[in-house]
Design a protein around this ligand. Structure first.
Ligand SMILES: *[C@@H]1O[C@H](CO)[C@@H](O)[C@H](O)[C@H]1NC(C)=O
Ligand SMILES: *[C@@H]1O[C@H](CO)[C@@H](O)[C@H](O)[C@H]1NC(C)=O
Ligand SMILES: *[C@@H]1O[C@H](CO)[C@@H](O)[C@H](O)[C@H]1NC(C)=O
Ligand SMILES: *[C@@H]1O[C@H](CO)[C@@H](O)[C@H](O)[C@H]1NC(C)=O
Ligand SMILES: *[C@@H]1O[C@H](CO)[C@@H](O)[C@H](O)[C@H]1NC(C)=O
Ligand SMILES: *[C@@H]1O[C@H](CO)[C@@H](O)[C@H](O)[C@H]1NC(C)=O
Ligand SMILES: *[C@@H]1O[C@H](CO)[C@@H](O)[C@H](O)[C@H]1NC(C)=O
Ligand SMILES: *[C@@H]1O[C@H](CO)[C@@H](O)[C@H](O)[C@H]1NC(C)=O
Ligand SMILES: [Cu+2]
Length: 598
């Protein structure tokens, strides 16, 4: 059914709240995507992407088993799409959201309906999955209430608490500057501030002697946050939608896109208030701009007439290790692996001088036909990985295989990896600098932690396992939005032949493609005659010519630029969001490598 203007005019219905006894209610939201002015850190007012003229955007709340219908009308001047992070979308891969993969963009002025049932309890979030857009504001909590929550008797009240980094500049400009010859080292823009619940200094009134469940979500673009409650211990009961054996923690490390539900029991006396602190992990930042405050504070407000304390300094961060968690359902290790493959991560420059991210020497480039439509239109060829293109890192998975991903991080950065359509067992995670996985680990956890987003340590590795029981097209990518832009994406093509037989894609999805001028048949190159002919497919820039090092090419481009533009280039750098410290670092590397080239 094509969404009508009538649907967009309708108010928001949340029928399920009034229908607790009726299972499988339908919850409908009408979302106009709109520009809004906001100033969440009180340091800079800017345009943000809101919904129905409001920002922060609404929390989506459903009961387990509900059908959710979201009528989106795009009223901004950018393409958009919505992803429901952590939801498996079993049987509805076309509702998963990535623009150019499972759907076409929702172009300005057009409408699109998301419609799926929610069969998982827990704490999720939703965000734009189009062109690096969500850090401009289009991200919010998504909560699935569960009457059978095993911890329901152990808390009195639940509260959502979001964490985020925040930029004063808008993403289109930040992305253009990031993926540029003027940023050859790939230095990521550093956030201007950190937020909790899209504000700072939030006071949370609490009663003494009660237990609260905080559903914590990192909706940031880039920064992980260390999180702690002064004077209180957290009991972790859920990560990324998976209930866990209750486990105590004093400090949690929450990467972009991760969620933790924690039980916090308040003190019996009301003589003081306590700080909740989020502190961005500055190891992620290439250079720390002067005056950056990486911290954001909220308060457990026991007594309004008492002062709000200044948080104590913490010298060393020693967060809880999520590898030590055990899932409450006790699911055993998948120990018979059917299909294992490596993803070797590196960062490097290509011939255009910009810095790219690679899995197995391939950086992701969008295809001419969204990958789902390639799978649906290719008949028997759907199981031939070649048709999905040479820049997509595609892997064809057989139904119900136990799949193992060995990710070797040949990069000194920390990266949070996310798999769509599944959660996975976290089987191995090395320490820093451990190098590649030797396929020889012993003593694997018998009931490993499952989640949908996990940290890999600098120059270390992780091993993940999941069961391919969800036919669909699922991205696996770093959840640092900068690294999505630089191509750190692989594509799981799961049981494509079954998908062809079972999936029904509604007409409005095809209408979105027609409106955007995107074909819905053909291989990655749009070839509908010979699916094995990839002539004309989108590709990454060329490799550097033989004999030239990346740094050398960058130096060359820089000196050409400098010669032609002279002082104008300097002025341009001055206006760019990168700090003078970062610029100096880039130039220093360039100068050093110029010497090497000669
Ligand atoms: C969405 O936008 C339309 C057109 O401007 C307006 O008539 C409608 O009331 C809006 N809906 C909501 C829920 O704000
Ligand atoms: C949502 O999907 C269900 C199942 O396919 C269908 O019955 C229903 O009409 C759809 N609702 C909307 C608003 O498209
Ligand atoms: C945080 O914001 C959400 C909605 O955006 C709200 O439901 C929640 O109550 C807020 N949390 C706290 C602790 O105030
Ligand atoms: C929070 O408090 C700090 C310290 O007083 C202040 O600098 C900041 O502007 C406040 N933020 C907000 C959003 O009020
Ligand atoms: C608060 O009081 C309850 C009931 O008397 C007691 O069980 C609990 O241990 C007390 N908590 C603390 C932190 O002292
Ligand atoms: C808050 O603190 C004031 C001053 O110490 C005290 O008089 C009052 O009883 C406290 N209020 C509560 C609710 O405990
Ligand atoms: C932020 O908090 C950390 C941990 O307490 C502290 O080391 C650091 O100095 C704080 N930074 C600022 C700018 O307050
Ligand atoms: C596993 O293999 C790696 C790489 O081949 C090697 O460095 C490491 O020592 C091996 N570990 C064990 C326990 O054999
Ligand atoms: Cu990354």
């Amino acid at each position: 059914m094509a969404p009508s203007i009538r649907a967009c005019l309708a108010p928001v219905f949340i029928t399920s709240i009034f229908a607790n006894l009726i299972h499988a209610a339908t919850v409908t939201y009408d979302f106009n995507i709109t520009w809004v002015q906001a100033n969440p850190d009180t340091a800079f007012e800017r345009k943000v992407i809101g919904i129905n003229g409001q920002w922060p955007i609404p929390t989506i709340t459903v009961n387990l088993g509900d059908r959710l219908v979201i009528n989106v009308n795009n009223q901004i001047d950018q393409d958009t799409s919505l992803h429901f992070h952590g939801l498996f979308q079993k049987g509805t891969t076309h509702m998963d959201g990535p623009d150019g993969v499972t759907q076409c963009p929702i172009i300005p002025g057009s409408s699109f309906t998301y419609n799926f049932t929610v069969d998982q309890p827990g704490t999720y979030w939703y965000h734009s999955h189009s062109k690096g857009q969500y850090p401009d504001g289009l991200r919010g909590p998504f909560i699935v209430l569960d009457p059978e929550n095993p911890f329901v008797d152990q808390f009195d009240e639940e509260l959502v608490l979001t964490f985020s980094d925040w930029y004063h500049d808008q993403m289109p400009k930040l992305l253009a500057d990031f993926m540029s010859v003027t940023n050859p080292t790939g230095a990521e823009p550093v956030p201007n501030s950190a937020l909790m619940n899209d504000t700072q200094n939030l006071t949370i009134p609490v009663q003494p002697g009660k237990t609260y469940m905080f559903r914590m979500i990192n909706m940031g673009a880039f920064a992980a946050q260390y999180v702690w409650f002064e004077g209180h211990t957290m009991r972790i009961v859920e990560v990324d939608g998976v209930y866990t054996e209750p486990t105590e923690a004093d400090m949690i490390y929450m990467t972009a896109a991760q969620r933790y539900s924690v039980l916090v029991t308040t003190k019996n006396d009301t003589s003081a208030n306590f700080a909740i602190v989020g502190s961005m992990d500055q190891d992620l930042f290439d250079a720390i701009p002067e005056g950056l405050n990486p911290n954001v504070t909220s308060y457990l407000l026991y007594n309004e007439s008492k002062e709000l304390p200044t948080p104590a300094f913490v010298d060393e961060f020693d967060p809880f290790d999520d590898m030590t968690l055990a899932p409450e359902d006790g699911l055993d290790l998948f120990d018979n692996v059917d299909y294992s493959f490596n993803l070797d991560l590196k960062m490097d420059n290509l011939g255009d001088g910009a810095n790219y991210a690679f899995f197995n020497d391939i950086t992701y480039v969008h295809t001419k036909v969204p990958t789902l439509f390639t799978a649906l239109s290719s008949g028997k060829d759907a199981e031939n990985v070649a048709i999905y293109g040479s820049n997509t890192n595609s892997f064809v998975l057989n139904k119900n295989d136990i799949v193992e991903i060995v990710l070797n991080n040949n990069d000194p950065g920390k990266h949070p990896f996310h798999l769509h359509g599944h959660n996975f067992q976290l089987v191995v995670r090395s320490e820093d600098e451990a190098g590649a996985y030797g396929n020889n680990a012993t003593g694997l956890p018998r009931k490993p932690m499952r989640r949908d987003t996990v940290l890999v340590r600098p120059n270390g590795h992780i091993v993940l396992r999941f069961k391919a029981d969800n036919p669909g097209i699922w991205l696996f990518h770093c959840h640092i939005e900068w690294h999505v832009a630089s191509g750190l994406i692989a594509t799981m093509i799961e049981a494509p032949r079954e998908l062809q037989e079972t999936l029904h894609v509604p007409e409005d999805h095809y209408a979105a493609c027609r409106a955007a001028g995107v074909p819905t048949e053909g291989n990655a190159a749009g070839n509908t005659v010979d699916f094995l002919d990839l002539t004309g497919e989108n590709k990454s820039p060329d490799l550097l010519p033989a004999g030239f090092t990346a740094k050398g090419i960058v130096a060359l481009v820089f000196s050409v630029l400098a010669a032609f533009l002279g002082m104008a280039v300097i002025a341009w750098y001055g206006a760019a969001p990168i700090t003078s410290g970062e610029l100096a670092a880039s130039q220093r590397r360039v100068e050093e490598s110029s010497v090497v080239e000669k």
